[in-house]
Design a protein around this ligand. Structure first.
Ligand SMILES: Cc1cc2nc3c(=O)[nH]c(=O)nc-3n(C[C@H](O)[C@H](O)[C@H](O)COP(=O)(O)OP(=O)(O)OC[C@H]3O[C@@H](n4cnc5c(N)ncnc54)[C@H](O)[C@@H]3O)c2cc1C
Length: 379
């Protein structure tokens, strides 16, 4: 067996932030502002398509709090007039952003948006390591954490007093340390990207269907994301079969079909996880999970990015207080995550209950009423 290569570089920081998406970048900015040394470990180079492109007007508040509003406007978002719903009845209804005192919603290119936030974190003094993936994570000899990661220049070592897990819904690093998740449903998205010049000012469209629901969201640069959301057990295996299902279901969704008809598919439908979940222990022992790594919302809420930014800010405050010796900071943070999740579940149940046309169909049947504790699974 070959001996492991010695680290090509080693870093020490107050806080290691794993994952440089919206949550991780927000946490890194806030921690750097609080005077903490921060290293962000991000596995990508922000160079491939990401889902989650429609931002509600309220996103302005955390972006302003992070001091990145001007950077945001410079990264090319398109104002969004609102959301159109065909939900509970065939007629379209509109949730208009025009009268919102905060301003319009926004459509963003997610890879660009995430890269903008990571650049802002670096500008505040955080060290952002891209194309870098954790290989092992453990406790340091004097408390704190040690991490070995694979970087383009070879393995690197990192020591940190505290850890923020912002790796998204996979949340693998902290889960491996004993987190585990409560899983409320099996929602997945079959997401395709299509050519859509001239659609930027159309806003998001959400349409309920027999075995799930559709959303289409324009992206700056003449593209549109089109996702069929359904349960994992209703999706066949294999890319070709999934593409065929996406097309068959599109045929039955008249508003969405009308929007996409004749548009060229740029990226064929791929499957992404979209289930509602909660990590069992959001924070303890010098580590805090934040954003999707802590709790995932049903994308129907349209609040994922807003929540991610707020969660990054909350986690940063909790970890900073923990490092200042506040023994309850991480417990308070955990309670906050759990109570936000309970409120999200109640809101989700209310929204699904408004659609009654397909009562009896498994997708809708599974979403009526509150999930009973016995109905939750643990992964
Ligand atoms: C189908 C779908 C549609 C959605 N649409 C919307 C929408 O329109 N509007 C909205 O507001 N929200 C939407 N969301 C939700 C939104 O995308 C998420 O809530 C949001 O991206 C969470 O941000 P995050 O930073 O916590 O996680 P992520 O955005 O997942 O970021 C995690 C980061 O960690 C990195 N990473 C992962 N694993 C590792 C690792 N082991 N080591 C290092 N780095 C790692 C990833 O590369 C990534 O940069 C949608 C979600 C889905 C599934």
């Amino acid at each position: 067996m070959s001996r492991p290569r010695p680290p090509s570089a080693s870093y020490a920081a107050d806080v290691a932030v794993l994952g440089g998406g919206p949550t991780g970048a927000a946490a890194a900015i806030a921690l750097a502002e609080a005077g903490r040394s921060v290293v962000v470990v991000e596995r990508s180079r922000y160079d491939s398509a990401r889902v989650g492109e429609a931002l509600p007007p309220e996103v302005r508040t955390p972006l302003a709090e992070l001091g990145v509003w001007d950077r945001f406007l410079a990264c090319g978002p398109s104002p969004s007039p609102g959301v159109a719903y065909a939900w509970g009845e065939h007629a379209l209804k509109y949730h208009d952003f025009i009268l919102n005192p905060v301003g319009p919603g926004w459509a963003v290119d997610r890879a660009r948006f995430d890269a903008m936030l990571a650049a802002a974190a670096a500008a505040r003094g955080a060290r952002v390591l891209t194309a870098t993936r954790p290989l092992s994570l453990g406790r340091g000899p004097a408390g704190g954490w040690t991490l070995v990661a694979a970087s383009p220049d070879g393995p690197i070592g990192l020591r940190a007093r505290a850890l923020v897990d912002a790796t998204g819904r996979a949340s693998s690093p902290v889960r491996r340390l004993g987190g585990g998740r409560l899983v409320v449903d099996r929602l997945v998205g079959l997401v395709a990207f299509l050519e859509a010049s001239g659609m930027e000012d159309r806003g998001t469209l959400v349409e309920a269907a027999e075995d799930g629901w559709w959303y289409t969201a324009p992206i700056p640069g003449g593209k549109v994301a089109a996702a069929f959301m359904t349960d994992a057990d209703m999706v066949p295996k294999g890319r070709a079969a999934r593409g065929a299902l996406w097309r068959v279901r599109l045929h039955g969704a008249c508003e969405t079909r009308g929007r996409l008809e004749g548009r060229r598919v740029l990226i064929e439908p791929g499957m992404v996880l979209a289930n509602t979940t909660l990590i069992k222990r959001p924070a303890w022992d010098g580590r805090a999970a934040a954003g999707d790594a802590a709790a995932t919302l049903d994308p129907l809420s349209g609040q994922g990015i807003h929540r991610a930014l707020c969660s990054g800010l909350d986690a940063a405050r909790a970890v900073d207080a923990h490092l200042r010796g506040d023994p309850w900071a991480l417990s308070r943070y955990s309670l906050q995550v759990a109570s936000d999740f309970a409120a999200d579940l109640a809101e989700r149940a209310r929204f699904y209950a408004r659609e009654r046309r397909w009562r009896g169909r498994p997708f809708w049947e599974r979403r009526t009423g509150r999930p009973s504790p016995g109905g939750l699974t643990v992964s």
